[in-house]
Design a protein around this ligand. Structure first.
Ligand code: NAD
Length: 307
């Protein structure tokens, strides 16, 4: 038997999936954004979280964000209603059984993600694609915790998802071409641009962005400037739309710390050492906007610097 005969086995064809239904695991700021854009693009969406309150909040946030888009005439009222109708919520992973693609976007902790992949793969059909929205963790390592490393891929959205144009696609060592092409097509249907990144810690955007944010926190820690001065400096002096500390609060300080730890451990270079002040804020539970306090205090009418 020649190689031609081996290639004739129609395995790949049978295993090809066309994406109609998308599962989103984790309904935080990224999960609700991904559900929002996928539903607007016409996909059926099932949104999952361990917390029912989080799920309720996420549906309210999506509705609020869609309404804002209607008010700004970005979408029609009809599109808002149809998008909302396409999103179902599920408090158990069983609700994701008939999804063609699931995107995990729970907290940036490897053990949490590994457990999710182990559990969700048990209910998914074999041809379903499994993706992660991780900001930094190795796609190859996460893929190894699934039963389908060849159908596993990094689809990394930017925050806020409805506004940001870019999505990074990251193949693990085993990701097959079909999975990559299907993911690329999915991203195009969402109206977003792809940047392909190799599977190295934090990929492209965060490899560049997070050390800049960490350096801004060192600048604060060493007393070179206060919160207001540092953010004003980068907004007015480098034309960044947000200051780095404001941006850190927006991303979430726990996520920022996790990404710096992945860079530090993964690249074994002391230049990625997370600033002790960032560690202290996370230990205090001051995680930025999502907990109402970070480098700014958001509990009043307008944000007040905490340093
Ligand atoms: P978040 O804290 O807003 O939301 C995380 C959600 O995951 C919470 O609702 C939590 O209840 C849920 N969750 C935790 N464990 C779960 C489980 N076992 N099953 C289902 N849900 C679970 O965090 P986020 O900012 O939305 O980040 C989520 C992921 O997206 C992280 O991997 C992060 O690195 C990545 N990401 C974040 C940003 C950003 O700017 N925040 C940008 C790109 C990617």
């Amino acid at each position: 038997m020649g190689f031609g005969a081996l290639r004739a086995i129609p395995m790949d064809k049978e295993m090809t999936v066309s994406i109609k239904k998308v599962g989103v695991i984790g309904s935080g700021q990224m999960g609700n954004g991904i559900a929002h854009v996928a539903a607007l693009a016409g996909f059926d969406v099932v949104l999952n979280d361990v917390s029912d309150d989080r799920l309720k909040n996420a549906m309210a946030t999506i509705n609020g964000n869609l309404s804002r888009q209607v008010a700004k005439k970005i979408i029609t009222e009809d599109a808002r209603k149809q998008a909302l109708d396409r999103i179902a919520s599920a408090s158990s992973l069983d609700g994701l059984a008939d999804c063609d693609l699931v995107i995990e976007t729970a907290v940036e902790r490897e053990e949490v993600k590994r457990k999710i992949f182990h559990d969700v793969c048990a209910v998914l059909k074999p041809e379903a694609i499994v993706a992660t929205n991780t900001s930094s963790i190795s796609i190859t390592r996460l893929a190894a915790s699934t039963d389908r490393p060849e159908k596993f891929i990094g689809i990394h959205f930017m925050n806020p998802v409805p506004q940001m144009e870019l999505v990074e696609l990251i193949r693990g060592i085993a990701t097959d071409d079909d999975t990559f092409d299907t993911a690329k097509e999915f991203v195009a249907k969402l109206g977003k641009q792809v940047a392909v990144s190799e599977d190295f810690p934090a990929f492209i955007v965060n490899r560049i962005l997070l050390p800049m944010i960490n350096e801004a926190i060192y600048t604060l820690y060493e007393g070179v400037g206060n919160v207001e001065a540092i953010d004003a400096a980068m907004k007015l002096g480098a034309h960044h739309p947000m200051g780095p500390l404001e941006l850190a609060d927006f991303i979430g300080l726990d996520t920022c710390l996790s990404i710096m730890q992945v860079l530090h451990e993964g690249l074994a270079d002391s230049k990625y050492r997370p600033c002790p002040l960032l560690v202290k804020y996370v230990e205090a539970g001051w995680l930025g906007r999502k907990t109402q306090r970070g480098f700014y205090d958001y509990r009043g009418d307008k944000p007040v610097p905490t340093r």
